[in-house]
Design a protein around this ligand. Structure first.
Ligand SMILES: Nc1ncnc2c1ncn2[C@@H]1O[C@H](COP(=O)(O)OP(=O)(O)O)[C@@H](O)[C@H]1O
Ligand code: SF4
Ligand SMILES: [Mg+2]
Length: 366
């Protein structure tokens, strides 16, 4: 068990057979003793705010297997981006991390900047939440992609160009040779996102972290990006950590899902189980607020209230002001994250949740 009493490893890796499982994975694909490419344990991130030091990420643990897609979900402000940035040493100045982040068995927390730069881009690719930071608006695509590859892999100019073309082809950019000579603004939002993914993959990282990769894209483009990520993990065995506030996105693509609220894990497990039969009121609320996720014809039900800010984090269970099942003890006691029989982890003391009366579809009323 970890220091905070939480189990050290996540639920068992999804049993669904994958092409990646049987593929030779190459000498670089070292896994930890538990078979995970990434193991995050009891990770905390503290930031300085105008009200003092606040924990924006508070003791979270998860793991990602080879060729696996892990979804990190939660509303805005739940700590998703800071979690991703902390893995790669990209936190804002003054932020403090604790816990453990092991990538292919190597501890990343505490590495020197130079060592982390080596890991970033080469072994772990990041598609950042802000597209402006993924692609430089004034530089041609070839400059951005080849410099990146040459710096990390020491390739010649020609070889780096070949790699750039190969990656643009892999993410299905039409006419990649011409695309290399264009600037980012000459592409649509969806194409720019594909190019950002191609850049992140150019050094053949073992892990791709994609922070809100489909936000602001229309549904058709979004579906294309998701298919692309799924194909990359199947064909190249890349592990993917996909961060989003949209559970609909994760339901179709992730093997496991980790739901964050107020910087803590609310529920974590195999995606079909967590989203199919949510056991945490927050997960259930997120599902009920998805258009079309509730019973056919029933209206979507948004979660009441808004997520807390760092400076107004409620005591006890951070979700209690918005939770319809909250009891008195929820105001004062932080629920422990515990493992359930089906392998998921749950941080709620009310389990099972009381049954809801069957919803009457407005369409069905006479
Ligand atoms: N540089 C920062 N300084 C102070 N607070 C921050 C900073 N970056 C993020 N936060 C706060 O930390 C919390 C988690 O942020 P973030 O990880 O970006 O959330 P998410 O990606 O889930 O929307 C939020 O309350 C956010 O306002
Ligand atoms: S611990 Fe209490 S407030 Fe928190 S989600 Fe469970 S029932 Fe709701
Ligand atoms: Mg974010």
């Amino acid at each position: 068990m970890s220091a905070n009493g939480r189990p050290e490893t996540g639920p068992a890796t999804v049993a669904r057979p994958r092409a990646a499982d049987s593929r030779p994975t190459g000498p670089d694909n070292r896994r930890t003793s538990t078979g995970s490419v990434l193991e995050v344990e009891n990770l905390s991130v503290a930031l300085r705010t105008s009200h003092g030091i606040r924990r924006a990420v508070d003791g979270i643990s998860f793991s990602i297997g080879a060729g696996e897609i892990l979804g990190i979900a939660g509303e805005s402000g739940s700590g998703k981006t800071l979690t991703a940035l902390s893995l790669l040493g990209l936190l804002p100045l003054g932020a403090r991390t604790s816990g453990s982040v092991r990538f292919e068995g190597r501890e990343l927390l505490g590495l020197k900047r130079r060592q982390l730069r080596e890991v970033r881009g080469k072994q772990v690719g990041l598609v950042s939440q802000d597209p402006a930071t993924s692609l430089h608006p004034l530089l041609r695509i070839d400059v951005q992609m080849t410099e990146h590859v040459r710096a990390h892999l020491g390739f010649s100019k020609d070889k780096a160009r070949q790699r750039a073309i190969e990656m643009l082809t892999a993410v299905r950019i039409p006419d990649p040779e011409t695309a290399l000579f264009a600037h980012p603004h000459q592409f649509s939002g969806g194409m720019r996102q594909r190019i950002a993914i191609a850049m992140a993959l150019a050094c053949e990282p073992r892990l791709l972290i994609a922070d809100e990769p489909t936000t602001s894209l229309d549904v058709t483009v979004q579906a294309g990006i998701l298919r692309l990520l799924d194909r990359l993990r199947r064909e190249r065995g890349v592990s993917v950590m996909i961060i989003t506030h949209d559970l609909g996105v994760l339901s179709s693509i992730s093997d496991r899902i980790c739901i964050l609220y107020g910087g803590r894990v609310a529920e974590y497990g195999v995606t079909p189980a967590v989203l199919g039969t949510p056991r945490h009121p927050y997960t259930e609320g997120l599902m009920r607020s998805l258009p079309g996720a509730s019973a056919a014809g029933a209206a979507m039900v948004p979660i009441q209230g808004a997520p807390p800010s760092l400076d107004s984090m409620p005591g006890g269970c951070a979700f209690h002001p918005r939770c319809e099942w909250a009891r008195e003890s929820c105001r004062t006691t932080v629920p422990a994250l515990r493992s359930l029989d089906d392998g998921r982890q749950l941080a709620c003391d009310v389990d099972p949740l009381p049954a809801r009366p069957a919803q009457v579809s407005p369409v069905g009323r006479s």
